[in-house]
Design a protein around this ligand. Sequence first.
Ligand SMILES: *[C@@H]1O[C@H](CO)[C@@H](O)[C@H](O)[C@H]1NC(C)=O
Ligand SMILES: *[C@@H]1O[C@H](CO)[C@@H](O)[C@H](O)[C@H]1NC(C)=O
Ligand SMILES: *[C@@H]1O[C@H](CO)[C@@H](O)[C@H](O)[C@H]1NC(C)=O
Ligand SMILES: *[C@@H]1O[C@H](CO)[C@@H](O)[C@H](O)[C@H]1NC(C)=O
Ligand SMILES: *[C@@H]1O[C@H](CO)[C@@H](O)[C@H](O)[C@H]1NC(C)=O
Ligand SMILES: *[C@@H]1O[C@H](CO)[C@@H](O)[C@H](O)[C@H]1NC(C)=O
Ligand SMILES: *[C@@H]1O[C@H](CO)[C@@H](O)[C@H](O)[C@H]1NC(C)=O
Ligand SMILES: *[C@@H]1O[C@H](CO)[C@@H](O)[C@H](O)[C@H]1NC(C)=O
Ligand SMILES: *[C@@H]1O[C@H](CO)[C@@H](O)[C@H](O)[C@H]1NC(C)=O
Ligand SMILES: *[C@@H]1O[C@H](CO)[C@@H](O)[C@H](O)[C@H]1NC(C)=O
Length: 647
Amino acid sequence: MLPLQSLASLAAVVTSYHQAFAAPAPSDPCAAIAGKLFVLPADVLACERSFPFNETLRQNVLTTVSRVFDFYTFENWYLDSPPPFQESTNNIRANLTRINTTQYETDYDFNIDLYDFTTQLNDGHTRWFTNCYTNWQNILPAPFINVEINGTQGVYIAPDTVDFISSIGTNYTDLLDEMGFDWQRLAGAQVTALEGQDPYDYADFVADTVSGNFLDHGVRVNSVFSSYRISGTDFSQRLGDLAGPTGVKQTSLEVKLITVNSTTEETVSIPYIASFLGVAFTDQASYWENNCAATPDTNGMDLRTSGSSRVSTATARRRLAQGNIIDKSNDSAVGLPPQFIPTAPQIDGSEGVIKNFILPDNQTGVMFVGSFEPDDFDQFQADTVAAISAFQSAGISRLLVDLTNNGGGFVCLGQFLFQYLAGSKIGYPGFVSTNRANPLAQKIVAADIALGNDDTITFYSADNWAFLNDTEMPESYNYIDPSLPFTVNSVNEPTSQRFHDTCQLSFTQTIPEDPPFLTENVAIVKTLGNCASTCAMFSTLMNERLQTKIAVFGGKPGENVEFKGMAGNQVLEWADIDTEIKTAGLKDDHLAPPDLLVSGDFRHNWRTAWSWLNESIPIAYLSELPKIRFPYTLETYNDPQNLWVFA
Ligand SMILES: *[C@@H]1O[C@H](CO)[C@@H](O)[C@H](O)[C@H]1NC(C)=O
Ligand SMILES: *[C@@H]1O[C@H](CO)[C@@H](O)[C@H](O)[C@H]1NC(C)=O
Ligand SMILES: *[C@@H]1O[C@H](CO)[C@@H](O)[C@H](O)[C@H]1NC(C)=O
Ligand SMILES: *[C@@H]1O[C@H](CO)[C@@H](O)[C@H](O)[C@H]1NC(C)=O
Ligand SMILES: *[C@@H]1O[C@H](CO)[C@@H](O)[C@H](O)[C@H]1NC(C)=O
Ligand SMILES: *[C@@H]1O[C@H](CO)[C@@H](O)[C@H](O)[C@H]1NC(C)=O
Ligand SMILES: *[C@@H]1O[C@H](CO)[C@@H](O)[C@H](O)[C@H]1NC(C)=O
Ligand SMILES: *[C@@H]1O[C@H](CO)[C@@H](O)[C@H](O)[C@H]1NC(C)=O
Ligand SMILES: *[C@@H]1O[C@H](CO)[C@@H](O)[C@H](O)[C@H]1NC(C)=O
Ligand SMILES: *[C@@H]1O[C@H](CO)[C@@H](O)[C@H](O)[C@H]1NC(C)=O
């Protein structure tokens, strides 16, 4: 009876979805959902699609996007992406032309087309986020997992579904109850088909169209499923891109399954309910004003102007380079059910994004590094030292570093952790790097030199970098003109000269000369491979320079999973590159992108990191497979401590 009821309510959902398109909007479709945290997807779509297409806004957004792509270090790699990353091949300029000439009915349709196109580049550093339409998360009360049971890997609904979904709150579960949808009984069910396809084929489809962020297909397949993580400074569970995608598209998912203790296969339409992550509104006009129109923070600012609020935080020290992904699902993170929180003794240095444990064997220490993006840059370094000292005084002889769902953060904290574990004798703790020598970039560096702009207000000025002998470049040094010739996929794409980072200048802790643990006694587990940006750079350094054992869990049977999810280098948000242009006094240049009129971010990968193994290949495009691969089991899929003990 329950499935029938749920089908009936779904039919109602589908009907209202069609009505939103067929009939003129009854009253104000945004007022109808105002003040609610959870809303039926069809009602969200009715509000989102009530804003007509506007050519002025398209030209504004596309001009900005197109001129920011000029700075994107991987643009021409996309023309023919090298294997095993060939599925991301994309003619970026052809797609921009297509989007410029497509007829769209609504502003939503235009923005989602641009969002999908950039998402499908699979580079978490290079994406269009339109706040108007990505400030919703669609949530299915059925997080999927990929585990091996009795020797066979399969897709299941997480057995801890009831604990997990309940913690989203009664506002969410009450809506399911109102629909008469019994979601609790699905916990632990075996999934035999998704939308009429083999579950793994459907996971491939979601990985190709929804997930984005990671160049490697195998890593994206893993992010389809539910997994543990640290969000902020707490243990959390990530729903996965099938049960918790960004934005609202589907109203339900058709799942063939066999519930626990049953032998009968049944088909269930599981409803999505959308969660609102944006700024409160009361009607259509205030939805636009609060969520879609540009805000004072959307665009960059001229940091030469004194008295600006952003300068006060930036002037204390050099600007800190970031390499991270944006995972919108993080905004609505809920805690890991208590039975999965590690019970091993937690030791010093665990208050922030790193959690440190001594496993029951009393020989193995675990550092779960949840991110490289702490609130406090220096505290991360102090926490690292505190943890390693505590491990040493406890007689720990081997270290396991867990990087699961680490979305990256400060480039220099990745280099700090590497340097601390490798010892100072290893020398330079980063990669050789370049950015694109396009004409506007060359003008920016020249202007920064002429204006005396330094590393406290710009990322382009030379004193951010060092020569390859690790001498810091003088502020007046022009490292981008003359450029170095570089050709990729037969396209001439000159780069800056090659340079090193200067992270050691921001290390506030003393680095030991020798590694604190024998490097062969350090291993990394990344339970999904989805370790992004700074995290990928950290693990690539560990792999390329220390040959650290790296294990990846999960993945589709028969398909590879790389250990580095997405390994660009430094990312600039739209406001960052705009700030560079304005601070160089070049906003009026004909190559400069205009200010955005809408609230959004077009971020891009601004620097390339070249591999130590082959300095003509960006680490992003070098396939480096993990030494070990394990399937998840019911004991490990969501239980960090069980997984560490197993590893
Ligand atoms: C549920 O939503 C109402 C507003 O619709 C809000 O006042 C209340 O705080 C919410 N409850 C929870 C537990 O979030
Ligand atoms: C399109 O957007 C621009 C910029 O916000 C606005 O000035 C203009 O009135 C809009 N056009 C229409 C037809 O709504
Ligand atoms: C879009 O196409 C029109 C017509 O060809 C052109 O004038 C405009 O510059 C194009 N916009 C962008 C952002 O390329
Ligand atoms: C445009 O982008 C889409 C992904 O959104 C891709 O499938 C398609 O191949 C691209 N078009 C071209 C001409 O590369
Ligand atoms: C696994 O094998 C055991 C013992 O044969 C059996 O009781 C159990 O039902 C099996 N589980 C699944 C999910 O097949
Ligand atoms: C997740 O949220 C935390 C806290 O807001 C933030 O520090 C972190 O950078 C976010 N991570 C991602 C991957 O978005
Ligand atoms: C399945 O059967 C076992 C053994 O009878 C029982 O302990 C368990 O509660 C049942 N689970 C469900 C979800 O019915
Ligand atoms: C580990 O240390 C704890 C505390 O000293 C002790 O109770 C436990 O027996 C030790 N375990 C092993 C395996 O030695
Ligand atoms: C490092 O290299 C730069 C550029 O080649 C050179 O000017 C500088 O003298 C070198 N510094 C040292 C200490 O060798
Ligand atoms: C480095 O990569 C380039 C480009 O793929 C290739 O031509 C070259 O043979 C590689 N060199 C080595 C030493 O592997």
